[in-house]
Design a protein around this ligand. Sequence first.
Ligand code: GDP
Ligand code: GDP
Length: 469
Amino acid sequence: MRSGLKGFELEDDDEAIIEGSFDDIEHFALEEAVPVVAIVGRPNVGKSALVNRILGRREAVVEDVPGVTRDRVSYPAEWGGKRFTLVDTGGWEPDAKGLDASVAMQAEVAIELCDVVLFVVDSRVGATATDEHVVQLLRRTKKPVMLVANKVDDAVQEPQIAGLWSLGLGEPHPVSALHGRGVADLLDLTVKAMPKESAVAQNRLAGPRRVAIIGRPNVGKSSLLNKAAGEERAVVSDVAGTTRDPVDEQVEIAGRVWTFVDTAGIRRRVHMQQGADFYASLRTATALEKAEVAIVVLDVTQELSDQDLKIIDLALESGRALVIAFNKWDLLDDERRKYLEREIEQRLDHVDWAPRVNMSARTGRHLEKLVPALDKALESWDSRIPTAKFNAFLAELTQANPHPLRGGKQPRILYGSQVQSQPPTFVLFTTGFLDPGYRRYIQRRLRETYGFEGSPIIMNMRIREKRQR
Ligand code: GDP
Ligand code: GDP
């Protein structure tokens, strides 16, 4: 099919895709061990503004409804050719009462799960009591902390920030997130402060494969972890700043060792009146960030909820491999079972490619079945289809079932290539926009032909015009 591209205008990097040497496609899959940078600070200091400025886009804009949690908390970012993951911890606005606790919590999560912390204060207000609270936590960490003095919109205001030296976090960096002033310098320094190898993202090539156990509260995540770890551990409520478990743990299931990421987050019982959802999403998203495969745990005794689906969405959005564990199977009676099957059909149709394990974390029954499910999902996630094979597949598919005519035109697929694995990511060169329905059809056929069980598939399109004359 490659010859089919001859008469078309190609762009610079198209050739690289065609040659299969392209590794920077519309970026979904996260790189190995890309450092993680978190933005921390109390409400209204300008965290969202800074996130937007760094990303250079409007994606992170928060809806102006208090308590509304954003789905995304981490974004691929880049500065000076260096990639990093930007974690935005500011998606939730606590009220004054819970402010100290929640900002401290935010800082704690950030410190645990990131390589560099950008601590933002409002230079016009100076350091508040809440800020001081966070500062105590930040001073204890060995990770680099950049003290960002925001809202310094012009040089006249710069002297104001001298007082921030007293926080003991080193030099305050004046920026104006709103106008962009000083942000480039800040990013230069941030990039310099980043470790070569991320401590939290860790190299996926090394060591056991990395698994995130996610799910809403009480579905059995910690029971699963404890059963696998082979010992009952007392679950102590862990207050900010006290000693805690290591963040990740190596756990053996059926003779195979896995790294379960952010187990501290699973074990810890956080009792927060407000914002709990937001911090749960934040933890889930950052755990996914570190993992290669997610086990989404569902409680079969409960109706599949929107919260369950939201967690599955987070997993899908992360591009990680996916296994679904239907837990508490020991409690399932015939009556409930009928409903469950219907719920699965109706609500989990979009992830019908994910391996399912019916298990009981309490009794340990079928826990070992997680192993082949994880293996399968990771194998799909890792897999790569040779270009020739993929194009033969496309040729056959388009012949058997061409794209429907649209306004007298019929977009054609000229050429395709898998540009990335983890997850499998494809690029299709086409003569026009392919209908979503047709793209779904391609995905379905891909799964029928190649399996990809347990892995999302990403399909990008590049529309190329015919050369003039
Ligand atoms: P967050 O709650 O920390 O995410 O803060 P936001 O990004 O929502 O900003 C809070 C308010 O401060 C908004 O009204 C912003 O427009 C304003 N703001 C943010 N950055 C700057 C800045 O650099 N200069 C000025 N003058 N205002 C800013
Ligand atoms: P987490 O919040 O997701 O970590 O959930 P837990 O592991 O703390 O479990 C919540 C409750 O469900 C506890 O009372 C567990 O004993 C119970 N539980 C967890 N898994 C199972 C299971 O497979 N069967 C039964 N019967 N109970 C379970």
